[in-house]
Design a protein around this ligand. Structure first.
Ligand code: IDC
Length: 323
């Protein structure tokens, strides 16, 4: 009897010993199973050249809602089925340009947490009020050069070099030359995927199709908000893909374009069906508890514990079900 008890205790101890620090199991959609990503034609593929679709959440501004870009929050979205996390690092509005070292440390911590969870992760240079990426091209070049060096051996990392050019920024005069410059800085160290925006808040993807970048493993981002953008923007995706342009929806919301209103779940379903048919990857705006309809969590939901359906906003109750 005593022998039995001792042997049960020993096997329990061995099991526990193998748990706490063990690497997380690789997910079929994760980086351990898929390795370095590449673009083949218009399709995002894994290292073996097999089509792969990434689905996940974007953080809100790191400098406002950084707690939802921590390990537990990322683990929670993975538990709902996501294989992608976007680290939205605002440059303006009190973000990176105002406090570079602190915000960079936050971004690195978020990327490392996503990597530890075997997720693919986007480092997003989140220009918004600073609408022309050329305005801070020097800072962007230094930042992405450092990130690409840091993550040169990490297949999980994708580089989104300008969230949403707007205002007077043009494709030919601003975004394209900016993108060529940043791409060169990244390619000096890394072959990771590079995501490029376009004027009018990353909707003018047709301008990029007329005059694409030179380089490899590039995708062009298209952003939509289901309450604002409809069939005309979906048609634009088909047009540019027919011309050979690979598309990645690195941000979309189930709200209107101001982050509120709705939620527009029927319109969102129409969009996601469209993307699914075309194997286009996406990240949803945004993983935070702000009192706006695009937010995934009910106000007051803690970042530091697992979430249940009860914690999800109407937007996320829908979106998380589509991972
Ligand atoms: C919104 C946030 C909102 C914040 C505002 C300004 O949801 O809480 O006050 O930015 O910082 C985008 C942008 C994204 C916007 C989002 C909704 O990439 O930063 O977030 N949106 O307006 N493009 C289209 C919509």
């Amino acid at each position: 009897m005593l022998e039995r008890i001792v042997s049960v205790l020993i096997s329990a101890a061995m099991l526990c010993a193998s748990l706490p620090d063990a690497a997380p199991p690789s997910s079929p959609g994760g980086a351990k199973a898929n390795g370095w990503l590449q673009v083949v034609g218009t399709q995002l593929c894994n290292e073996r050249g097999e089509p792969l679709v990434l689905h996940g959440m974007s953080s809100h501004g790191l400098h406002w809602f950084g707690q939802y870009a921590g390990r537990q929050a990322i683990m929670n979205t993975k538990a709902f089925g996501a294989n992608l996390f976007r680290v939205a690092m605002y440059t303006g509005e009190g973000g990176y340009l105002s406090q570079p070292e602190a915000i960079k440390a936050q971004a690195v911590a978020a990327v490392d947490a996503a990597v530890a969870e075997d997720m693919y992760v986007i480092i997003d240079w989140h220009i918004l009020s600073d609408g022309n990426p050329m305005a801070h091209a020097d800072e962007a070049e230094a930042f992405f050069s450092e990130m690409a060096r840091r993550y040169k051996d990490t297949p999980n990392v994708l580089y989104e070099i300008c969230n949403e050019p707007n205002g007077g920024a043009t494709w030919q005069g601003d975004v394209k030359p900016y993108a060529q410059r940043i791409l060169k800085a990244i390619r000096a160290h890394s072959r990771g995927l590079v995501l490029v925006g376009s004027p009018t808040w990353s909707q003018d993807i047709h301008l990029a199709a007329e005059d694409p970048l030179e380089g490899e493993n590039l995708l062009y981002t298209l952003h939509f908000y289901a309450g604002t953008h409809g069939q005309w923007l979906r048609d634009r995706i088909d047009e540019v893909r027919a011309r050979g342009l690979p598309v990645f929806v690195s941000e979309w919301g189930a709200s209107a374009a101001d982050g509120s209103g709705g939620v527009f779940l029927q319109e969102s379903a129409q969009w996601l069906d469209f993307l699914e048919e075309r194997h286009i990857s996406w990240a949803n705006w945004s993983l935070c508890d702000k009192n706006e309809t695009s937010a995934a969590l009910k106000p007051g939901t803690p970042a530091g514990r697992p979430w249940t359906q009860e914690d999800l906003s109407p937007s996320a109750a829908f979106v998380f079900g589509r991972f």
